[in-house]
Design a protein around this ligand. Structure first.
Ligand SMILES: [Zn+2]
Length: 382
């Protein structure tokens, strides 16, 4: 059960400010949603994620199903209690793994925006199956990353697992298509996604809010058809925009612009898996309320800090003698207590604490960045 109240709409763009109320509290939107794949924001405790300003986290159904299994989590009182996170929580449906463990794995592309196929590249055609997953009418056969066993997940299974995990917001099971699919493949995949959402709506726990996912790859008519179809499904409480978002940032914005006008105005819209700092203002202006991304945490573990001076690579020797904080404006626990020289030393020495301290800073920085964007919408600047 969620409630979404739009408290201000921009006159300059499609940006809006909202309050998303869930059984575990409120989220001020637009909001950045950090990724907690395994029920943890990598290297942080749940208390530290709160201190870094995180309002809402997204965990991964497939990974938690594989390890430790939803039964253990349900018996521990659900994922909130299991990970000691009392703020709002989302779980994704496993639809992304249809891509990442399927054609994405075959083509060694983990992220949708990292690979831009050319016009002459071989395309995925109807009937083609990935090497490690099998996509059927009723759902998808995966191989467990833990035991190698076959795992079948369809819309019903996804809802049952997500019910046991007990997040406030759950996503419908969909087929997240790879960037190389033909129009015909995308159309057939979309018909599966649309059939599966009906099953999700029948099976889902009534206390959880279901977000339907708009697919349709890079094809305008399919995106429009999908947005209209998902928006027309009774019981859908919000929207995810997923899948292949084209081969450039411009095309991503174009795809969003085909989608948003066909979604209900009064329900939250979540852009799945996109959250580079330079994209945030644009996607918010296009009418996006929520977006998740691993960028701040992923880069932190590789020694990068996001600051008002840009992205700093702390592994560079010049930072070993730099006694400034990462960002002179930042009020995070890392910037309050440590300087660039020590952080650089930790990164270069491969110390776990370096990843930990940079993750705290990067998340704080991203959350503050979005807080500022909310202020700018309030002030009619965007
Ligand atoms: Zn900081």
């Amino acid at each position: 059960m969620i409630e979404f109240k739009i408290i201000k709409k921009s006159k300059k763009s499609k940006a809006r400010i909202g309050i998303l109320t869930t059984p575990h509290g409120e989220v001020e939107t637009p909001a950045f949603v950090p990724v907690a794949t395994q029920g943890v924001v990598k290297t942080l405790t749940s208390e530290e994620a709160k201190m870094a300003g995180c309002q809402l986290l997204i965990a991964n159904t497939f990974h938690l199903h594989s390890k430790p299994g939803e039964k253990i989590i349900a018996e521990s009182g659900g994922l909130h209690q299991f990970m000691n996170w009392d703020r709002p929580l989302m779980t994704d449906s496993t639809g992304f793994q249809v891509f990442s463990l399927g054609f994405g794995s075959d083509l060694k592309v983990g992220k949708l925006l990292k690979y831009f196929p050319g016009e002459n590249d071989q395309k995925i055609i109807i009937g083609q199956q990935p090497n490690k997953v099998k996509i059927t009418h009723n759902g998808v056969f995966f191989k467990s990353l833990v035991s190698g066993d076959n795992i079948f997940i369809g819309p019903k299974e996804s809802m049952n697992i997500q019910e046991k995990l007990g997040a406030d917001i759950i996503f419908a099971f969909d087929e997240c298509t790879a960037p190389f699919v033909t129009y015909e493949y995308a159309k057939v995949a979309l018909s599966r996604t649309h059939r599966w959402i009906k099953v999700c709506l029948e099976e889902k726990d009534k206390n959880q809010a279901l977000f339907g996912i708009v697919q349709g790859s890079r094809f305008k008519d399919l995106r429009e058809e999908s947005a209209k179809y998902i928006a027309g499904c009774e019981g859908v409480e919000g929207f995810g925009i997923g899948g292949d978002l084209g081969n450039s940032k411009e095309q991503m914005m174009e795809i969003i612009s085909w989608t948003i006008p066909n979604l209900s105005e009064n329900k939250p819209r979540h852009l799945l898996g996109i959250g580079y700092l330079e994209d945030m203002e644009k996607v918010i202006e296009a009418g996006i309320d929520l977006f998740d991304c691993t960028v701040p945490t992923h880069y932190a573990r590789r020694g990068f800090a996001f600051t008002k001076e840009g992205r700093l690579d702390l592994s560079k020797t010049k930072y070993l003698t730099d006694r400034n904080s990462l960002d002179s404006n930042c009020q995070c626990e890392t910037c309050k207590n440590y300087k660039r020289n020590y952080l650089s030393h930790l990164v270069r020495a491969d110390e776990w604490t370096g990843s930990h301290l940079l993750t705290i800073h990067n998340l704080y920085y991203f959350n503050k960045y979005v807080t500022n964007l909310r202020e700018r919408i309030k002030n009619e600047e965007i």
